[in-house]
Design a protein around this ligand. Structure first.
Ligand code: UT7
Length: 316
């Protein structure tokens, strides 16, 4: 199988900043508790007139520009999201219309909760191998502020909205991203009921249990990806972890002795943006010049389902 590399990235977040101090006025919490237990200081929430489709389109346009790829060169489009504005049409179909993507290409949403972007990258690699077109558009986008349970201080302080996009290219001879993906088939620990459920559409989570799962899943994914690719920790230029809790990232950093210049956190600014979290980090790193052509990035995600995933992706 031919591999994919990232050619360009883009991101967009809503304008409304919600700080920990703002949340102190809504629920029984404190800036001190949130910062020390999660690392989060603020998050962005969609305001009036802001929707997942608009931030998705803005992020995707920037990624296309960054990659110097035109919409008619895109051979497939996947949006990873668990919070679409409409289930039908999919967010990807709306994006196809907004960007003027070709009509004879697959455009669809994919839901693997917070691991969605990595599931989508793997799916895109498979699709492009079967397509005469060599560029793909992968977006992770969420509007989690719409599904927050404001009576639950254990979850309402965590989540934010945002979108991150990547234009990928598939070429003969490039290594596969060697994705390791999986799920436990768990329907209780992290839950967001859909229209078919007899429950309100609000997010619930047993945080401590999910935390325990995450601290085991992260090293498992890192080890599996290194094993599959025959690489070592030193071969990796940058580690990108799903931004769910700063303490989960710190544990992984300590375990693998990852130096400060090889990992990144933006959870303090955006909170947990689920499927958008990894591409938001990728886009910031690229803009800051910390990763670029030739960089090898090991990305790890985990979340509801319980899903997990890791891959080693290079920049073209
Ligand atoms: O992205 C998908 C994957 N998600 C994750 O990976 C999230 C993983 N889980 C977590 O990040 C953490 O479990 C949380 C941040 C969600 C919670 O932190 P925790 O250290 O596990 O706290 P806890 O739920 O065990 O609660 C400890 C205490 C409780 O009080 P008591 O019973 O000890 O008196 C809670 O009621 O902290 C209390 N608490 C709060 N206090 C102030 C819970 N939420 C808050 C809050 N402010 N917002």
């Amino acid at each position: 199988m031919n591999g994919i590399k990232i050619r360009g990235t883009g991101r967009d977040v809503p304008g409304r900043i919600v700080t920990n101090r703002d949340l102190e006025k809504i629920v029984d919490t404190s800036d001190q508790w949130i910062t020390s237990r999660t690392g989060i200081q603020a998050r962005r929430h969609c305001g009036e007139g802001e929707h997942i489709s608009s931030i998705t389109a803005a992020a995707a346009r920037r990624a296309l520009e960054d990659a110097c790829v035109t919409p008619d060169q895109i051979g497939a489009c996947i949006v990873a999201t668990a919070t679409p504005e409409t289930l039908v049409p999919s967010t990807a179909c709306s994006l196809q219309r907004d960007l003027g993507l070709l009509q004879d290409i697959p455009c669809f949403d994919l839901n693997a909760a917070c691991t969605g972007f990595l599931f989508a990258l793997h799916t895109m690699e498979c699709l492009l191998n079967a397509s005469p077109r060599k560029f793909g558009l992968v977006v992770g986008a969420e509007n989690l502020s719409r599904v927050i349970n404001w009576e639950d201080r254990g979850t309402c302080i965590l989540f934010g909205d945002g979108a991150g996009a990547a234009v990928v290219e598939c070429r003969e001879g490039w290594p596969s991203i060697s994705a390791v993906l999986g799920c436990h088939g768990n329907s209780e620990l992290l839950r967001l009921p859909g229209p078919g459920a007899e429950e309100p559409c609000v997010l619930s989570m047993e945080g401590t249990k999910v935390f325990k799962f995450a601290v085991e899943a992260v090293p498992w994914c890192v080890d599996q990806v290194l094993n599959r690719t025959g690489r070592t920790v030193e071969d990796v230029d940058f580690f990108v972890f799903h931004q769910a809790n700063a303490r989960i990232i710190d544990l992984a950093v300590r375990k693998y002795h990852i130096p400060a210049e090889k990992y990144y956190k933006n959870i303090q600014e955006y909170g947990n943006t689920s499927a958008a979290s990894i591409p938001l980090v990728l886009s910031e790193l690229r803009q800051q010049g910390k990763i670029g052509p030739g960089s090898r990035v090991l990305a790890v995600g985990f979340g509801g389902g319980l899903t997990w995933g890791g891959c080693l992706i290079e920049f073209a």
